[in-house]
Design a protein around this ligand. Sequence first.
Ligand SMILES: C[S@@+](CC[C@H](N)C(=O)[O-])C[C@H]1O[C@@H](n2cnc3c(N)ncnc32)[C@H](O)[C@@H]1O
Length: 241
Amino acid sequence: MLESKFYGIGVGVGDPDMLTLKAIKAFKELDVVVLPEAKKAEGSTAYEIAKEYLKENVELLFIEFPMVKCVEARKGFRKENADKIIKYLEAGKKVGFLTIGDPMTYSTYVYILEHLDGEIPVETIPGISSFSDMSSRFNLPLVMGEESLKVVSLNGETNIVEEINSADNIVFMKVSRNFDVLRDGLEKTGNLENVIMVSNCGKETQEINFDLTKINKEDIPYFTTLILKKGGINQWKKFIS
Ligand SMILES: C[S@@+](CC[C@H](N)C(=O)[O-])C[C@H]1O[C@@H](n2cnc3c(N)ncnc32)[C@H](O)[C@@H]1O
């Protein structure tokens, strides 16, 4: 009898060497690999990271999760996508949903999970998040001793100053959405010098920025994360090349 199973597999954010052994072992089990795209036929970052480890004959299913403003439309796309995946699972297939970074950190994977009924076994395999990769890659401690850490995904309504005041270290994700407001908030709170901003971490196009004053919002790629360390980052810069 065919035994279906749904996997959520984190593949890290750019460098295939950051894939876990558990992820690579799971790839061998899969009949179908689901690859989320923000726009149809735009390509999948997760696929680029994992492709050399996938089985040759595995079926690839690219599915679109458009970033539309309307909440109801977004929900509609998620349901449609879940239904597509459920069809494969009901046919007894082993289906792996690949996500960049970690599947439980701002990932569309959870919107598929929401639609499963709990009858089909699910296994979620963690991946290395953007900010974990960044902090280790650049030898920059994320949190030390009694310090706190907050992860904030920027949107048009984020109150930057309030967020900055609420923790010792803050990871700002989706920076391109509201960069100007973020920069203003960092300036107002005297934190402009306490940041590292990395775009396309772990990829060939990786870019590191410490000075935000000359950057245009339009030039910031979607895959950009900023870490604020209110205690300062100067003492760690010697390890960053
Ligand atoms: C939809 S979230 C995905 C987060 C992902 N699941 C994780 O664990 O990092 C997209 C955001 O992740 C961050 N991100 C993803 N890949 C990145 C990369 N290669 N370099 C820098 N930031 C990245 C950016 O903040 C981007 O806007």
